[in-house]
Design a protein around this ligand. Structure first.
Ligand code: DLZ
Length: 143
């Protein structure tokens, strides 16, 4: 199994931990390190384009996009969250490769930390398990 991961530089103190959790979980389930392709993008808004390019040009069985958007004082939060959510949903409806939505949308730094290896665990591990399950589903329906 080959898994692509796209991860943001924005809030990298959080996204690096999610990435680490995802990679560890994938290797626990037998995905080899050389079969995990990792790409970085500046921010969450860029995840959709990168996922589309990866879907088109790289052979992977599932793609995980990882980002973290923290609510601020401007409407930017809502625009980014909406853009990424809609963009990834549209790609999933159109493409053959499942794309896993690993975007934390949180109100505070504290909420992000809790989900990136803190008291609520590491969501990166959940993204990895979802990727494996969806890759298996995609394999089942391959024509
Ligand atoms: C501009 C911006 C802001 C305000 N906040 C975040 C954030 O919390 N998380 C994130 O991943 N990216 C943020 N960005 C950057 C945008 O996603 C994007 O990179 C820029 O608008 C350039 O397209």
């Amino acid at each position: 199994m080959r898994v692509g991961i796209i991860v943001t530089e924005w809030n990298n103190h959080i996204t690096d931990k999610l990435l680490q959790g995802a990679v560890e979980e994938l290797s626990t389930h037998g995905v080899r390190e050389q079969n995990i392709s990792i790409n970085h993008v500046p921010g969450s808004f860029e995840l959709v384009y990168a996922a589309r390019q990866m879907e088109r040009f790289e052979y992977v069985n599932a793609i995980i996009v990882i980002g973290c958007v923290i609510r601020g004082d401007t409407p930017h939060f809502d625009y980014i969250c909406q853009g990424v959510t809609q963009g990834i949903a549209e790609l999933n409806a159109r493409c053959d490769t499942p794309i896993i939505f690993g975007l934390l949308t949180v109100n505070s730094e504290e909420q992000a930390t809790e989900r990136a290896g803190g008291k609520l665990g590491n969501k990166g591990k959940e993204f990895a398990v979802t990727a494996i399950k969806m890759a298996a589903l995609a394999w089942k329906y391959q024509k």
